[in-house]
Design a protein around this ligand. Structure first.
Ligand code: ADP
Ligand code: MG
Length: 348
């Protein structure tokens, strides 16, 4: 698309092409799927592998909604924009292959900063051998907007759906929860601790999330023969558990003592007198996976995760019900409500 706005960063000036060239050039070509037409023409063309389900997802980051300049370096914004999509891919058990980037650039963002954003994307693109297939570059009056579309594939027998949970299943997560929210709190409210090595993992969890692609692939393997429900935790543990419970028409009981919470988060919460449990349940952006499986399937999952040296925590059970989620503590069950960020609350 061409941008017609009269704007300091006018993207229909000849510079647009140089900018795109500079941003896209460092990306290596992996071609895990053959590219009949690579990035640079009106559209890219690739040859999908026969018999595999094609998976596609898109996620958009908007400055001051999804990230703030004070808490995220440009490189982190790039990492996050791809990581949030990789996490969705992981939750489908899919293998990511290629991506497209749409960016709306306001005047105050420099070309160097954009290069750093793309540098962040390149880190993950290289790690997962992703091809940059194309994108779009336009100007924005005020805020930076970055939208990434990710393409991947999955065995067509694998369906790790939110609606797959059934009473008697075990609920599990593939990593600790709350670190990202703790990291964000530290960056915004207690920057004095920024260089405190005890809390580096909290800051990293917020700035450089690690999508659980390997974990998703293991679950996909087992998902060929077992019924597994899966979701990634972007909006918070409780919110994602409610999504599974509602889609599946069941209740989920989470056990407070079993929620995996890092020592760093406990320490930091104590220091700043905050409730780590609140971050763990409602903080979000952990990008670990939450799922359910039958006890038999869970045993196999546990075994495979042990072999691959990946974290796995059983945190609760599925019961008959109508889509509610409860927290069990000392034999008392408390109903939990969604409390994550809602973009459209003000329109209600
Ligand atoms: P068109 O007018 O045909 O959409 P563009 O000028 O938008 O052409 O884009 C030219 C080429 O550069 C296309 O192949 C497009 O996919 C690619 N491209 C544009 N913006 C980006 C970007 N931000 N990152 C990567 N590739 C991009
Ligand atoms: Mg275009």
């Amino acid at each position: 698309m061409t941008d017609k706005n009269d704007h300091p960063n006018q993207t229909d000036s000849p510079d647009e092409f140089e900018l795109i060239e500079t941003l896209a050039k460092p990306f290596l070509r992996y071609e895990k799927r053959q590219l009949l037409v690579p990035n640079g023409d009106d559209a890219a063309v690739y040859l999908p592998a026969a018999g595999l389900g094609q998976v596609v997802c898109v996620d958009t980051l908007v400055e001051d909604i999804h990230f703030k300049r004070v808490t995220m370096e440009p490189q982190h914004i790039g990492i996050k924009s791809l990581a949030v999509n990789l996490s969705d891919m992981a939750a489908m058990g899919a293998t990511p292959l290629s991506f497209l980037v749409s960016v709306a650039i306001p005047p105050q963002w420099s070309q160097k900063e954009l290069e750093h954003i793309y540098g962040g994307m390149k880190t993950l693109a290289d790690q997962y051998e992703l091809d940059l297939l194309g994108g779009d570059t336009v100007s924005s009056p005020k805020h930076l907007m970055l939208s990434v579309t990710l393409l991947g594939e999955v065995d067509s027998r694998v369906k790790l759906l939110r609606s797959n949970a059934k009473p008697g299943d075990i609920v599990f997560v593939t990593g600790k929860v709350g670190d990202s929210a703790g990291g964000l709190h530290l960056l915004l409210r207690s920057p004095a601790y920024k260089s405190d090595l005890r809390f580096t993992e909290l800051i990293d969890a917020h700035q450089q999330p690690k999508p659980h692609i390997t974990q998703g692939n293991i679950l996909a393997q087992l998902g060929k023969h077992h019924r597994i429900a899966l979701n990634d935790i972007s909006d918070g543990l409780v919110s994602e558990a409610i999504e599974i419970a509602q889609s599946s028409g069941v209740n989920i009981i989470l056990e407070r003592e079993k929620l995996p919470i890092s020592l760093a988060l406990r320490r930091y919460a104590q220091l700043v007198q905050q409730d780590f449990l609140h971050w763990a349940m409602y903080g979000g952006e952990d990008f670990v996976l939450i799922g359910t499986a039958t006890p038999d399937a869970y045993q196999e999952i546990e075994h495979r995760f042990q072999v691959e040296k990946r974290e796995l925590y059983p945190i609760g059970v599925v019961m008959a019900g109508k889509g509610e989620v409860y927290l069990k503590h000392d034999e008392t069950c408390t109903r939990l409500q969604k409390k994550g960020y809602n973009h459209f609350r003000s329109f209600g």
